[in-house]
Design a protein around this ligand. Structure first.
Ligand code: R5P
Length: 312
């Protein structure tokens, strides 16, 4: 295999550019056309024959278009004789649809994994899947990075006295445990229930001691923010003096940002796994870039070196 080439779909070109900057390679030339009938055409505008190709495309609105564009991108690269194609998907599409927890529903995240393989991807590089075991959906190599070490490194530079790490829900308990261990802090847990498909969350019980302490809520993603704001309210009711949050994927759907600004959450630390449009910026949101981290993983994949060593 000769050159390493990085291409970007239309989802997050800023992240792709930044990854290229860290790798010291130019962004691959391509263009995407959307026709009046909503069909998508992807054209690769340079030679990729025999190349080790990485396509960066996290899932963000419009999600279905972005997914199809990625599949068409991979298909175009395959027919252009790329030697190996890695889909770099920092936020994986349909990642919360990872189990059959109701009768007669689809496991759409697994379906997305199948589609990538059908399109011609040889590998996937992703970040903090909603449930880490979803890695098993892929019948090709899938490197799952975690932004937890990166977020912790940043948090360690802040004042963490009297702080308790709080898992936003029981599903987050393991990751929250990793935060707590790295930061040397105690852990508490919120028992959250979902009421229905209207994305409403209810924080029911708190396990752990937060009275008179500062809380750091951790989660894999913030969508409507219901989970975070419910948890924050519960913590305040139990005597927390301050609530902050560290969340990997800033989906920030619907009214999440105005709600954040009205909430008791003073700081929300996220990554740039998904682009945050200007309309969703807030002084309470701090963004850490995962570009250097993804670039290092891409370099290691290309060189055949250990990727897990990056997480240590
Ligand atoms: C779900 O279990 C996840 O870990 C997040 O808590 C959830 O996706 C956040 O969604 P929302 O912000 O809409 O409550």
């Amino acid at each position: 295999m000769t050159a390493i080439k990085v291409f970007s779909g239309t989802a997050h070109p800023v992240l792709a550019e930044s990854i290229c900057h860290h790798l010291g390679v130019p962004l691959g030339r391509s263009h995407v056309v959307r026709f009046s009938n909503e069909n998508i055409k992807v054209r690769i505008d340079e030679n990729v024959r025999g190349a080790d190709v990485f396509v960066v495309q996290p899932s963000c609105p419009p999600v279905s278009d972005g997914l199809l564009e990625l599949l068409i991108f991979i298909d175009a690269l395959k027919y252009a004789s790329a030697e190996r194609i890695t889909a770099v998907i920092p936020y994986f599409p349909y990642v919360r649809s990872d189990k059959k927890d109701e009768p007669r529903i689809s496991i759409a995240a697994r379906l997305c994994a199948d589609l990538l393989q059908t399109a011609g991807a040889h590998r996937v590089l992703t970040l903090d899947l909603h449930a880490p075991q979803a890695q098993g959906f892929f019948r090709m190599p899938c490197d799952q990075l975690s932004a937890v070490p990166l977020l912790c490194q940043h948090l360690q530079r802040q004042d963490l006295r009297d702080t308790v790490v709080v898992a936003a829900d029981v599903g987050e308990a393991k990751d929250a445990g990793r935060f707590a261990k790295r930061l040397g802090l105690p852990l508490a847990l919120v028992d959250k229930r979902r009421i229905d498909d209207r994305e409403r969350a209810k924080a029911v019980t708190l396990v752990g001691e937060v009275a008179g302490r500062r809380c750091l809520i951790v989660d894999d993603e913030i969508a409507t923010g219901g989970t975070l704001f419910e948890a924050a309210e519960l913590l305040r009711q139990h005597g927390a003096t301050e609530v902050r949050a560290a969340i990997v994927h800033p989906v920030l759907s619907g009214e999440a940002v105005p709600r954040l600004e009205r909430s008791s959450v003073t700081q929300l630390l996220v990554t740039d796994s998904i682009p945050i449009p200007e309309s969703k910026r807030s002084p309470r949101i701090e963004v850490l870039s995962v570009a250097a981290f993804l670039a290092a993983a891409i370099d290691r994949i290309h060189e055949g070196q250990s990727v897990s060593a990056l997480l240590e």
